[in-house]
Design a protein around this ligand. Structure first.
Ligand code: EPU
Length: 427
């Protein structure tokens, strides 16, 4: 396992190009199971999670390869197995989205329950409720979800996907994919509106699916007999882009993030304006302007995470890193994953002043962070620790960086490119 060593305090300046979206490409990869023809995905990121998904697809019987430039070709012709084992699924929760495609194509699917994750219980009841509404029989057996379509296959219906925690992103992905080959029309209410769902639907449409309403809480899918191959460019990763924008804001540097979609980051940009962080943006870029945090620190600004278009939970830890250097008190409230606070004790090791109260953390801005060894515990928490390390006095070591490699392609090279002193070493 590797660690990242960061010498803090270097000015950051330069340009970073965002990669394709991890959370868009994972369900799109699963969608390749819906056809025997080749799906070609361009602009896909080269990440550990993508490799894991490709391994799962190969286990299931597909041919799948990723080229140096990120392009992925998958062909799921021939015999496809209907079982995704625990050894694979436990490595990445995103793999549960093979369930919908397998069920609708083969009439059955057996997918390991993914288990919990670093930030708490992660149920999949919404996925199962949606598949049941399409006529599937679903049971839990020996740690696996076993789904069976009725004779003649899944049938369209009205599916309500709401829950106490809001809509489910991957639950929506599973039900949309299952509905593409179902008989009749499916109406999904309280669907997730995330850009990653829109991208999945756009890919499915180019494969021949009939879908409308994506991006709104009501998605309609008219089942078709079969889907065909297609080529699809994946959207830029809004969370990766937001992370680098926030790194620029935290360092007070002029950092231009290119190949991003600023309208996907409306909530973040709104909070940055409120916090008096200077930035400009164009059609496909965002640039933080250089400013002196000592003279004019960011204004403490509260954030509450919500489903899209609200403030993303996947940027909550990085926002906290910024607020550690703001003036005054800010309250960060987590509404999606109430235990997603693994970065809190680690940021405290760097000198942040934080107090957790149930589902919120109060941040008291401090003028200076100081480097220390810290432990990465999940993907976004790790990104926040790297960001904090970039501005902390002295040296910070971020251990267990495999979490970062799950979602940030070549993070140290990208940060070196804008002036950061960061290197990777084996533990
Ligand atoms: N939920 C349920 N029942 C379900 C599914 C979800 O109660 O059956 C709850 C969850 O516990 C949570 C809320 O609903 O409170 C939303 O969870 P959601 O299902 O939307 O999460 P997900 O689809 O499993 C995706 C991303 C996450 C991201 C969340 C929220 C992928 C591969 N993962 O997860 O990304 O945080 O949506 O936006 O798309 C990350 O990239 O670091 C990451 C964790």
């Amino acid at each position: 396992m590797d660690k990242l060593i960061i010498e803090g305090g270097r000015p950051l300046e330069g340009t970073i190009r965002t990669c394709g979206s991890k959370n868009a490409v994972l369900p799109i990869l699963a969608a390749s199971l819906l056809t025997g023809e080749t799906l070609r995905i361009t602009g896909a990121p080269r990440l550990a999670d993508v490799s894991t998904m490709l391994d799962i697809l190969r286990d299931l019987g597909a041919e799948a390869d990723q080229a140096e430039d990120g392009t992925i070709e998958i062909s799921a012709e021939g015999d496809i197995r209907g079982e995704a084992p625990w050894e694979r699924v436990r490595r990445m929760r995103g793999s549960v989205c093979v369930m919908g495609p397998l069920l609708t194509r083969l009439g059955r699917a057996k997918v390991s329950l993914p288990g919990g994750c670093a930030f708490g219980v992660r149920p999949i009841d919404i996925h199962l409720k949606g598949l049941r509404a399409l006529g599937a029989k679903v049971r839990i057996e020996h740690g696996y979800v076993v789904c069976e379509a009725p004779p003649g296959g899944l049938r369209g219906g009205r599916v309500f996907l709401g829950s106490a925690n809001g809509p489910s992103v991957l639950g929506t992905a599973n039900v949309v994919m299952a509905a593409t080959l179902a008989r009749g029309t499916t109406t999904i209410e309280q669907a997730a509106c995330e850009p990653e769902i829109v991208d999945l639907c756009d890919c499915l449409v180019s494969m021949g699916a009939k879908i409308s309403g994506q991006g709104s809480p009501m998605i309609t899918v008219e089942g078709v007999d079969e889907l065909h191959g297609a080529e699809h460019p994946v959207i830029p990763d809004r969370i990766e882009a937001g992370t680098y924008v926030l790194a620029g804001a935290l360092a007070g540097g002029q950092v231009r993030v290119e190949n991003c979609v600023p309208t996907h980051l409306g909530a973040l940009l709104d909070r940055m304006t409120e916090a008096r962080v200077p930035y400009t943006s164009g059609e496909d870029w965002i640039e933080t302007e250089a400013y002196d945090l000592g003279e004019r620190p960011p204004r403490s600004t509260d954030v509450t995470t919500h489903a899209y278009p609200g403030f993303p939970t996947d940027l909550q830890a990085q926002w906290m890193a910024l607020m550690t250097r703001a003036e005054g008190l800010s309250i960060i409230t987590e509404r999606i994953f109430s235990d997603r606070w693994m970065h809190v004790p680690e940021l405290e090791r760097l000198g942040a002043q934080l107090r957790r109260q149930n589902t919120a953390v109060v941040v008291r801005g401090t003028r200076e962070l100081s480097g220390a060894p810290v432990m990465a515990s999940d993907l976004r928490a790790s990104a926040a620790l790297v960001m904090a390390g970039l501005v902390a006095r002295g040296s910070t070591e971020v251990h267990r960086v495999y979490h970062i490699d799950r979602g940030y392609e070549a993070i140290e090279e990208r940060l070196q490119g804008i002036g950061a002193a960061i290197r990777r070493e084996p533990e």
